[in-house]
Design a protein around this ligand. Sequence first.
Ligand SMILES: [Zn+2]
Length: 366
Amino acid sequence: MLIVDAHLDLSWNALQWARDLRRSAYVTRTREAALTTAGRTQNTVCLPEMRKGRVFLSFATTLARCTGTVSDGVDYWSPAQAHAAAMGQIAYYHALEAEGLVRVIGDLDSLNRHVDEWQRWETVAPHTNLLSEGEREPPHGFIISMESADPILAPEHVEQWHAAGVRAIGPAHYGPGRYAGGTGTELGFNEKGVQLLREMERLNIVLDVTHLSDQAFWQALDVYTKPVWASHQNCRALVPHQRQFTDEQIKAVIARGGVLGAAFDIWMLIPNYNRGCSTNKDASLNTVVDHIEHVCQLAGNAKHSGIGSDLDGGFGREQSPHDLDTIADLQRLSELLSHRGFDDEDIAAIMHGNWLRLLRAVWEEQ
Ligand SMILES: [Zn+2]
């Protein structure tokens, strides 16, 4: 089963945490064995495990903020620093592309070619003798997405980021962003933030509503009129915290034709998780299915739920569902969804089809 993962912080891991994503997760765990920083030594994401798990298309982020609360490798003192960090992260994706490992996807033709190639590879991969001479494994597909718009120096610079490959933007992350309030705030969009949304709409850059404060979320839907998505987003009805969406917010994304990606970070899966104290024993892949099922119940169908694992978002196996070792285990969701009564068509929609439908709808407009 092919999988789309709508949220991976791949370049942040490569550059800010110095992980070589071409190496196996187990090599990286060994290399980090002596580190004591939270989130290190138990990584779950790398290109080989993504291939094993058939994660053939990912929304690959830039992650840099400038909120006034500096933290190492995420939040910077000045917009110029955040700008340079995020541009460097994009340069990493293009460098992997130059090595033939990655395909940066930004339009309908390249998306369709990528899907065709992987569908064929999935069929023949177990029998590599069926590959024609010279036929190679297809590269990983990346759609570049910004988590926090803080690196964009001014709204009129959005075009520059589009030219660099950015096709989706989540305007805020944690805290008071330069354009909008993020998780943990009650701030909306400021004037420049509204201009940013208008510029995104003009350039057909998708609005990722994940991480917006409640105030910013509703304001964004008033200003931005095209389809939206929530790349890595769970349900407040199951985990009561502002980082999760209320049923009303989920219904609003659905009404806009959007898709919500289920996130795997345990504190977003179960209530009362306490980082550094709790273990991961109370959350399994089935807990992820609880969130998927909740979105499907609100929608009345399985057309608006997907995966946005965030598995490399600053944590590792210790803060992931206890029955997950690496990202390759995303494959096991198919069987768990089937046990919940989802049919084959719905399972394929959740694993990849819904994200592909939405991407095609957005890019067909161009
Ligand atoms: Zn996030």
